[in-house]
Ligand binder design. Sequence first.
Ligand code: ATP
Ligand code: MG
Length: 517
Amino acid sequence: MSSSAPNAVLSVSGIGKTYAQPVLSNIDLTLLRGEVLALTGENGAGKSTLSKIIGGLVTPTTGQMLFNGRAYTPGSRTQAEELGIRMVMQELNLLPTLSVAENLFLDNLPSHGGWISRKQLRSAAIEAMAQVGLDAIDPDTLVGELGIGHQQMVEIARNLIGDCHVLILDEPTAMLTAREVEMLFDQISRLQARGVAIIYISHRLEELARVAQRIAVLRDGNLVCVEPMANYNSEQLVNLMVGRELGEHMDMGVRTIGAPALTVKGLSRADKVLDVSFEVRAGEIFGISGLIGAGRTELLRLIYGADIADSGTVALGSPAKVADIRSPVDAVRHGIALITEDRKGEGLLLTQSISANIALGNMPAISSAGLVNGRDESALAQRQIDAMRIRSSSPDQLVCELSGGNQQKVVIGRWLERDCAVLLFDEPTRGIDVGAKFDIYALLGELTRQGKALVVVSSDLRELMLICDRIGVLSAGRLIETFERDSWTQDELLAAAFAGYQKRDALLHEAAPRNTL
Ligand SMILES: Nc1ncnc2c1ncn2[C@@H]1O[C@H](COP(=O)(O)OP(=O)(O)OP(=O)(O)O)[C@@H](O)[C@H]1O
Ligand SMILES: [Mg+2]
C-alpha cells in the first residue's frame, strides 16, 4: 500500500533504529483511518521500538514519517500527543503517589484562575473512567493502591482523553481478564467508528483475530508481512509469528506427585482474601484462576509475607509445620519464592545488568565469605540466558534495554536455580510470545520434576488447563471450587469465577433492610 492512499493517516518509510546493534531496519508501513492493525512478532522483534518511534519517545536512525500528508518528526511524547498520536505503553507509566484523577489529567488539570478545581477534576475523572467501565473506582484513590489490572485501565483511560487520531496499544490486555478485555474491545470499536487508526500489539492470537483487520509481523527487526487478517487461520498465524510450528499440546513430562509441601489454612485479610485453605504437593502445579480483583495476587502476597494475614496459617513440609512468616525475607528463608507480575515495581532492578539481577536471588551460589565471584555470576546468567532464550547482547546488558518479554524471562530466571521448595508464580507468561511461553512451561515442568510445589496464578484459562494438575477458582476473595485435571471445562471454570460475586450480592441483598428508601 502506498503512502498516497487517500485514507492514510500515518505512514512510515525506511524507518530503522540502531543501538549497539540494529533492532529495526527499513520499515515501510501505512496506517489507515478507522482501521485496527495488529502488530505482532516474537519477544525482542522490535514492536515496542517501532511504537515508541511513532509515539515520539525514540528518534529513528533512518527513515521518514508522514502524518496526514505532512512530515512528522516528533521531538517528544508530548509533541506527538498534541497532534493526537497517543500510546498506551507496555510498561505502565503512572505516578503511584498521585490519585487516579491526577494521573488522568496530569498534563491538563482543570483550573480556575490558577486553582485546581477539585470538583471538576473529580467529575471529569469519573467520566473518563466510565469509558473503560471503571466508574465505580473513587477518583481520589491513589494509583499505587490499585491492583495492576486496574492501573492498566487507568493508563488506557488517560490516553482516551482529548484528541486522538492514532492510538497505539502495546500489550494492553496483558494484565486484564475477560471482562476488562471486552470493555476495551467495545471502546476500540467506538474509536474506530470515529475514524481513529489503531495499532494493536499483542501475543494473544484470539484477540488479534477478533479486533484487527490487517496484521503486520516483525521478525528480527524486519517487517515480514502486512496482510488482511482474513488471509490466515490461527495455525498459520502462529507460524507467521514465530517462524516455526508449535503444537497445541504441551507434554509436561512424567511427574511424581509427592507429599504435601504447602498447606494453607483459613487465610484471611480484610475483605480481599476470605478463609482460603488449600494444599499443594511436591511435584504438583496448583493453578489459581479468577477475575481481576478476586484476590489472587493478594493471596500470594499473604503466603509470601509481603502482607500480613489477619488470621490463618501457612505450613510447610510433611508433616506440615506452621511457618512464622512475617516478611518476604522470612518466606525466602523458609524456601518460598514469589515471582511477581509487576516486574517494574517489585521484580527487577532496571538500571542493572542481567547478571546482577539474576545474581540477586542467588547470592549463596556465587559468593563466598561475602564476596561475589564475577565469573560464577556471569556463568550463572549465561546459563539462564541460554535456558530461557533471553534475547540480549551479553549478560552485562542492562535490563532496561531488554524487550518487555525478555525482562519477564529475567525475573523468572532469577528463581530457577534457587533452593526453594515452594514457588509462587503471578502471571508468569505475561507479555511472553507464543513460542517462548512453551519454553517457560517446559521450565515449570522441570521444576516439578525436581520435586518443587508450584502455585501459578494466571488470567489465561487455556494456559492453566494446559499445565496444571489442579485449578482452584477464587471469586470475591473466596476459594469457591477446586477442579482436578481432566474433570474441568472452560465453562465450569468461568462460571465458578463469577459464583462468589453472585453469592455475595445475594447475601448483601438479604442483609439490607428493605425499607431504606
Ligand atoms: N535502549 C536500548 N538499548 C539497546 N537495545 C535496546 C534498547 N531498547 C530496545 N533494545 C533492543 O531492541 C530489541 C527490540 O526490542 P522491543 O522492545 O522493540 O521488542 P518487542 O518486539 O516489543 O518485544 P516484546 O514482545 O518482548 O515486548 C531488543 O533486542 C532490545 O533488547
Ligand atoms: Mg514490547
